[in-house]
Design a protein around this ligand. Structure first.
Ligand SMILES: NC(=O)c1ccc[n+]([C@@H]2O[C@H](COP(=O)([O-])OP(=O)(O)OC[C@H]3O[C@@H](n4cnc5c(N)ncnc54)[C@H](OP(=O)(O)O)[C@@H]3O)[C@@H](O)[C@H]2O)c1
Length: 248
């Protein structure tokens, strides 16, 4: 996909991996619809440099009308969407034998149902553009068993399934759909826990590449998917986890 005038919407672009993806896409010349709950753009210092490439709109991904409205507003300002990154997500954990359904449902609503809804609402925009690319941000927790993480793991497995179904169903419209599934990624929110103390020690032993990834690592992979023209690549879950998910 040539970057010329291409418009990509990114959900959860306020911080963490979403902000890094928005920045990397802008750096490569894309116009980025930054969908954030507060309607502001990426809350990182470097964002100022690329402010002219951002169209910032308010969007709660669990609210169908809000998602529809956000895409319409991005398209109204920048032109029809060529791509979408479903990045917004939450992580809630708890022991499975006492986990309230409300907690399970909240995680599924944000991480899985909202991905389906955003894909569905983006569809007519992508068709209008003559096709496009959707990247859903999953997790390597989609294929492993993790104590206290039943809802999160189920939600990310659903992201893989949504990706495969839509890739098959929408291929004839020139729409490809991919799942980028990170391993442990350091963001501002978790930096201390991931780089110092018991979790950092555990990760150093478990991740073959020796350290957690960065939001920039994920952003470069996502931006490469949008920058390269590879129509035959669709439906797959692409893991970016330092080989942790296949480590024995
Ligand atoms: N960090 C990791 O180790 C890791 C590993 C694998 C996968 N992932 C996935 O990567 C994605 C981003 O994670 P992150 O680490 O960057 O998380 P983060 O720093 O907690 O950021 C989450 C983002 O999602 C947004 N968000 C949450 N609920 C939303 C809603 N209802 N509507 C709109 N936006 C909402 C947040 O917006 P506000 O600023 O408004 O709260 C924020 O921008 C998630 O899908 C996560 O599951 C992360």
């Amino acid at each position: 996909m040539s970057a010329v005038k291409k418009v990509i919407a990114v959900t959860g672009a306020s911080r963490g991996i979403g902000a890094a993806i928005a920045l990397e896409l802008a750096r490569r010349g894309f116009t980025v619809g930054c969908l954030t709950r507060n309607g502001k753009g990426p809350e990182v210092r470097e964002a100022v440099e690329f402010a002219s490439r951002f169209v910032n709109v308010a969007c709660d991904v669990t609210d169908e009308a809000s998602v529809k409205d956000a895409f319409a507003r991005v398209a109204g300002k920048a032109g029809a969407l060529d791509g979408l990154v479903n990045n917004a997500g939450i992580h809630l954990d708890g022991r499975s034998h006492e986990l309230p359904v409300a907690t399970y449902d909240k995680v599924m609503a944000t991480n899985a149902t909202a991905v389906f809804v955003a894909c569905r609402e983006a569809y007519r925009h992508l068709v209008k553009s003559g096709g496009g690319t959707i990247v859903n941000i999953g997790s390597f927790f989609d294929k492993i068993g993790v104590k206290r993480n039943i809802a999160y793991c189920a939600s990310k497995a659903a992201v893989g399934a949504i990706t495969r179904c839509l890739a098959v169903e929408w291929a004839d419209k020139g729409i490809r759909v991919l799942d980028v599934a990170p391993g442990y990624i350091v963001t501002d929110l978790n930096r201390k826990a991931m780089t110092e103390g018991p979790l950092a020690d555990y990760l150093q032993k478990r991740i073959p590449s020796g350290r957690p990834g960065t939001a920039g690592d994920v952003a470069k992979l996502v931006a490469a998917i949008f920058s390269e023209d590879i129509p035959f690549l669709s439906g797959e879950t692409i893991y970016i986890d330092g080989a942790q998910g296949i480590n024995h």
